[in-house]
Design a protein around this ligand. Structure first.
Ligand code: SAM
Length: 296
């Protein structure tokens, strides 16, 4: 069935011209003006009809239009750059009766715990009818997703009421690394931490030429679905710290790269005075070949 249409609105390109909105580099503003790509991103995580959606960084609203065309039950927009408010207010009016809540602020400071008006769903049940979508600013995408992974592991913030799926864009290489399996040379700290708590799917590549202005790199649309049971049943801080230490020198073998047994990276995992012995015991217990490299 074709998606319902919004009332006639000026095109996003016209709005950018009308309000003289030039992209601000510090806010990683690269607009997606291609309706097909916006629609693909909006639909990537699942059916949005009657769902509760939060879009991060709506900018002038092209992805927002694609989300609204799917007829969600509610939409929350978190946008730092207030120059986009007139365009977003226009969309809010056109979206009636769908309630659109506009949060003018920094997503890194935004408490997402009250975003989704959904009944709590036990974590083991299917995902809730809530979604986070965003053509994220490249400059904050990694710290933002790491923060959200921590929230997922603690079932806090947006994940307070159950498992919420996300469809997000990243710089292509970051998306590839996030989805890289063990043994893949792209495997890194982010792959381990993301896959410890989420099912990570690299969905499609978005060529740089689709953005205005064109960035120097391509982008990736990635879908993250929180796992019912984490792959690594440990606290987020532990998983993150061990992964960070392991990948400190990613091209060297675990032992030589670590400058074993003097390696600061490995040693800081343990307190003195048993540091060296505990680190040796770890390798033995994990049945790890000391000549393998972190990505293996
Ligand atoms: N969604 C629009 C699109 O696809 O055309 C714009 C995407 S642009 C890559 C990123 C958007 O995120 C911009 O509108 C920018 O102002 C906004 N942004 C940047 N940093 C932000 C932050 N810390 N909190 C909220 N929004 C932010």
């Amino acid at each position: 069935m074709a998606a319902p249409r919004l009332p006639p609105l000026p095109s996003v390109r016209d709005l950018l011209r009308l309000y003289r909105l030039r992209a601000v580099q510090q806010l990683s503003q690269n607009f997606l003006l291609d309706g097909g790509t916006c629609s693909r991103l909006a639909r990537a995580a699942g059916p949005l009809r009657d769902a509760h959606v939060c879009e991060v960084g709506p900018g002038p609203g092209s992805v927002t239009r694609a989300v609204l065309a799917q007829r969600p039950a509610s939409l929350t927009l978190v946008e730092k750059d207030t120059r986009f408010l007139p365009a977003l207010l226009m969309l809010r009016e056109a979206a009636a009766p769908c309630p659109v809540n506009i949060v003018a602020g920094d997503v890194l400071r935004y408490d997402m715990s009250a975003t989704f008006p959904v009944e709590p769903t036990p974590w083991e049940q299917p995902c809730t009818s809530a979604y986070i979508i965003g053509n994220l600013p490249f400059s904050i995408s990694t710290p933002l997703v790491v923060r959200w992974l921590r929230d997922i592991s603690r079932r806090e913030g947006a994940w307070r009421t159950g498992r919420v799926r996300m469809a997000l864009t990243f710089q292509k290489e970051v998306g590839e690394r996030m989805a890289a399996e063990a043994g893949d040379e792209q495997r890194c700290r982010l792959s381990v931490v993301a896959q410890a708590f989420c099912h990570v799917q690299y969905r499609f590549t978005i060529g740089g030429h689709v953005f205005t202005p064109r960035p120097r790199v391509d982008a990736a649309a990635v879908v993250l679905t929180p796992l019912r049971q984490p792959r690594i049943p440990l606290h987020f801080r532990t998983v993150e710290k061990v992964a960070r230490c392991l990948f400190h020198m990613r091209q060297k073998t675990i032992v030589s790269g670590a400058g074993w047994p003097r390696c600061a990276a490995w040693q800081i995992l343990y307190p003195e005075p048993a540091r060296s012995q505990l680190a040796l015991d770890t390798l033995a217990l994990a049945d790890l070949d000391a000549t393998c490299r972190p990505y293996q």
